[in-house]
Design a protein around this ligand. Structure first.
Ligand code: UDP
Length: 242
């Protein structure tokens, strides 16, 4: 596909938001399955030593550059990356596509009540949006088939899974054959932000590429997870030299 780049062995579709939405709209119209991953540095680093996750990303139809680190790495390695396509932003844009195409959206994930709140916020902005259903993301594996059945019975077209990475990508991939939804997208903490229980970095921080720092300041418990960022940068710098 046009715009494919490779960062530390991980294929990234370096598309603009507009092109991404065109691809998704076409998939909905043609009833083609599209499993989408928005990849940040943490996920690229996970691919380095987790073969299962690496294989899952290989199977995704779109792996988008979420996270300024991935955008920086692509550019540093001499590849064209037009812009960052953040999972949160993509989700909001998808609501507009869903409303226009009359596609049904299912909100799966986050703590009890949060998915419904996120759906309410989406409907407030897109009144004709069809919500297929909502369910929290704290369930045991023995509920998997029941949940797949519920999603299928609700005639979901777009399934948003907010279970955190890599859990959401693993869950979507493992159930993709059973799910009838056409668009499968992992959205991380998006529902929390929509519901107002978490804050996204202000635009100025985002524009300066400092969203990761804002998240760290808001949630210092992310420190260990975020050690993957300097590790990622060193690996990218080293990979260019050799
Ligand atoms: N979550 C969930 N089920 C789980 C673990 C996590 O639904 O078993 C939710 C969690 O409540 C949060 C989201 O997954 O809403 C993960 O948010 P985080 O900000 O960690 O995701 P990221 O965007 O960093 O992947």
């Amino acid at each position: 596909m046009a715009g494919e780049i490779t960062v530390l062995g991980v294929r990234i579709n370096a598309l603009t938001m507009k092109d991404t939405l065109t691809n998704i709209s076409d998939s909905i119209a043609n009833k083609q399955r599209m499993f989408i991953v928005t990849a940040n540095t943490e996920m690229v680093m996970l691919c380095q030593n987790n073969e299962q996750f690496r294989n899952i990303l290989c199977k995704a139809q779109l792996v988008l550059p979420d996270g300024i680190g991935v955008v920086w790495a692509g550019k540093y390695l001499g590849q064209q990356v037009p812009e960052r396509v953040a999972g949160f932003d993509l989700t909001q844009e998808l609501f507009a596509v869903a409303e226009k195409k009359k596609a049904r959206v299912y909100f799966l994930g986050a703590a009890p009540g949060i998915a419904q709140k996120a759906a309410d916020v989406a409907i407030a902005q897109y009144p004709k949006l069809k919500v297929a259903g909502c369910r929290d993301g704290y369930f045991s594996a023995d509920k998997n088939l029941e949940i797949v059945d519920e999603i299928n019975r609700s005639e979901t077209d777009i399934l948003l899974a907010a279970l955190g990475a890599p859990k959401q990508e693993v869950w979507l991939y493992e159930h993709s054959e059973m799910l009838q939804a056409k668009i499968l997208l992992g959205v991380g903490g998006t529902f929390d932000v929509m519901a107002g229980t978490a804050m996204r970095a202000p635009k100025t921080w985002q524009n300066m590429g400092l969203e990761w720092l804002y998240r760290l300041l808001m949630q210092p418990s992310r420190f260990i997870r975020m050690l993957s960022i300097p590790h990622f940068m060193c690996k990218v710098l080293f990979s260019k030299k050799h």
